[in-house]
Design a protein around this ligand. Structure first.
Ligand SMILES: Cc1cc2nc3c(=O)[nH]c(=O)nc-3n(C[C@H](O)[C@H](O)[C@H](O)COP(=O)(O)O)c2cc1C
Length: 355
């Protein structure tokens, strides 16, 4: 099944291969549970595990949990790592750590010492996923090497790369990626921009799709603020074969979204903003005390993420929505609670007649 589906994907046939052209976004930090991934797949969409921040045994456990629940194909998403230079980036990080100190004290947490060799176990995760021959692996924050793509292809795995500019799209096509996830400015969570220091493109997925199509004929999956079947239709009309949705699934029954995050999504007083203050990378979420007080941070991902993690964990334990990242896209007001399968069907332009 896996390989037949893989061939369909490689031949640009993703749309006919899925009952609904709806891909569940990988949402690291506990949102994308195996139950959510399986529910999206069972409904006829394509679910996606988030391997980011997890250790390798946990990724293996989550893959096994999905496989024990469903035979539907699924994706595992991996962060592409980069080597950081402590000598050049250390001073700005130390200054940010000093700004975090009073917030940490208030939360009863401590700012840890940074680890400059943190690769998020990138190489080990690629090894594991090749061993497990998972149906699809997607990458964000950069481009896998052609050798890594070859290894995954050799076991029948389809490779998707997240892009935010036509230049990234051309480079992903050059390493023989099978499909591109085209992420717009309106998308929730981290922007997948490859150069963490660059200011991400302000273009939406609808702006980006024709620009990416001009440099690549790969199947395109559109991501950013998809909140209705009409949004999906518009993305398909603009050249996508499917949409990738995160925020629309945040309130799903099967999602691991924390209670404070769920509550915040129902509060009308918040606004959507982009900030580097949680991790060093630009991410889109809802405003809270943290985004207002800390404003900016050095672009030193994942070191900034390490520094803020114990603070956010303490806030999470205290059910405090003001000091956690409330990742969400610009269509956050349209997120609704309920089974993930209902979200997939609501966002799909395909009507399945069960009578
Ligand atoms: C809570 C949350 C966590 C996310 N984590 C990841 C991740 O681990 N990897 C990734 O490639 N994208 C991640 N994203 C971005 C999604 O892949 C996708 O681009 C985005 O959700 C689409 O916009 P939308 O949220 O408006 O639907 C995350 C998004 C959210 C909302």
């Amino acid at each position: 099944m896996t390989s037949r589906w893989a061939v369909a994907y490689r031949e640009g046939m993703l749309l006919p291969a899925l009952r609904h052209p709806v891909v569940g976004a990988p949402m690291a930090g506990g949102v994308s549970t195996p139950a959510l991934v399986a529910a999206v797949g069972e409904a006829g969409g394509l679910g996606q595990l988030a391997a980011g921040y997890l250790d390798v045994p946990t990724v293996a456990e989550q893959v096994a949990a999905v496989r024990s629940t469903t035979t539907a194909p699924f994706v595992v998403n991996v962060f592409v790592a980069e080597t950081l230079d402590e000598a050049t980036e250390g001073p700005a990080v130390a200054e940010f750590a000093r700004r975090l100190a009073p917030v940490a004290e208030r939360l009863g947490a401590e700012v840890p010492h940074p680890r400059w060799d943190d690769t998020d176990h990138y190489a080990e995760k690629v090894d594991l996923l090749a061993d497990l021959a998972v149906p699809v692996v997607s990458f964000t924050f950069g481009c896998p090497s052609a050798a890594d793509v070859d290894r995954l292809h050799a076991v029948g795995t389809v490779v998707v790369v997240t892009v935010t500019t036509p230049g990234e799209a051309a480079a992903a096509a050059a390493v023989e990626a099978d499909a591109l996830c085209v992420q717009g400015h309106e998308a929730g969570g981290h922007r997948g921009v490859w150069d963490r220091r660059a200011e991400p493109s302000p273009l939406t997925h609808l702006d980006l799709l024709p620009l990416v199509r001009a440099v690549s004929d790969l199947p395109l999956v559109a991501a950013g603020a998809i909140a209705s079947a009409d949004d999906t239709r518009a993305a398909l009309a603009a050249g996508a074969v499917a949409v990738q949705v995160g925020t629309a699934l945040l309130l799903a029954d099967e999602a691991g979204t924390r209670p404070a995050h769920r509550r915040a999504l129902a509060e009308s007083g918040r606004r959507s903003t982009t900030t580097r203050s949680f991790s060093g990378r630009v991410g889109r979420g809802l405003t809270n005390t943290w985004t207002r007080e800390l404003g900016d941070a050095p672009a030193t991902f994942p070191v900034v993420d390490q520094l803020t993690k114990p603070l956010r964990a303490a806030a999470g334990r205290a059910d405090d929505a003001e000091h956690v990242n409330l990742w969400a896209g610009t269509a956050w007001r349209d997120a609704r609670p309920g089974p993930a399968g209902d979200v997939v069907r609501r966002l799909s332009p395909v009507r399945v007649d069960l009578s």
